[in-house]
Ligand binder design. Sequence first.
Ligand code: GAL
Length: 371
Amino acid sequence: MNTGVRRIAIAVAASTMSLSLAACGALGAASSSEASPTKGNDITVGVLMPEKTNTRYEEFDYPIIKKKVAELTDKQGKTIYANGEANAKKQATQMQQMIDEKVDVILLDAVDSHAIAGMVKKAKDAGIPVIAYDRLAEGPIDAYVSFDNELVGEVQGRSLVEALGSGIDTSDKIVMINGSPSDPNAGQFKAGAMSELNGKVTIAESYDVDGWKPEIAQADMTKAIQALGKGNIKAVYSANDAMAGAAIKAMEDAGMDDLPPITGQDAELPAVQRILSGEQYMSVYKPYPGEAEAAAEMAVTRVQGKDIQFDALATDSVDSPTNKDIPAQLVQVVALTKDNIKSTVVNDGIYTVKDICTAAYASACAAVGLK
Ligand code: GAL
């Protein structure tokens, strides 16, 4: 294990620890302040997710939030859910509906963090707190919970450097496929990655992919292959797994048999399998329970007026383009490679070995001792 990866692994362990301590604190202290809560357990949490192409939101984030809200409210609290499907207007309409329905609090993962600011203000004016989830929405939000997004980019960049090995040369041509310009995380991933890649390789082609759409990423990768020549691409930085899959498709369609190392993010099941088969070099595993449970706790403690517990959940602080010193919790991440599939996604119950090691991957699984 190289030191960078070890540092991150330790950070993950530490964050999981502090998270569970914080959780204990929140639950432990709950009874003492139950005397004068703003609201009881009968609350409604509105949850707005940004897209479906990337499977994490519907498979993990929302179900975990829903379960945690129920658990924290003695099964009396409920969640209502809408997915914006990468359409900012659609999400604004969904948010308006939640305001009209007078939900008690909104967890918002914005399609477009800038465009949604007006709706955040509307919610605030209606007395509904808004907690930004994963992507930092602009406007008067109450708090933010996310992963350490700059670290995500650093982990990706560092992995790519590691994959290129000791023969790495500043003239090595890299193609960069970045996330959506409307998603502030995308800029942070890119900045983190650049901090590791700068001066070590040449970013020969770079694209920002609207809405994180795989079909756009595939077309961009095809353009890059045409511009650079298929033998001249040393590595591909893809900001997430769905786009990595698309870039691999473009390379395979162009007849590139020897795929260069390619990064990803989100530990999606097909990506975990591509890592096993060697088509994708790495992904970033973001421990979803850490983020989603913290969000549920923040939402419930805010509505119930449990300020001390709320503050304990948001000990970091971030600035958005419109607001300063937003209380935040930033959860750590870990590089996912062939070697730690078991200790990450399998141990956390994200996938079973059976999910991953289907017939086509049986020998690859055996080779890394995944059983
Ligand atoms: C980001 C998020 C990533 C990935 C990406 C594409 O905002 O942090 O985990 O899901 O969007 O949807």
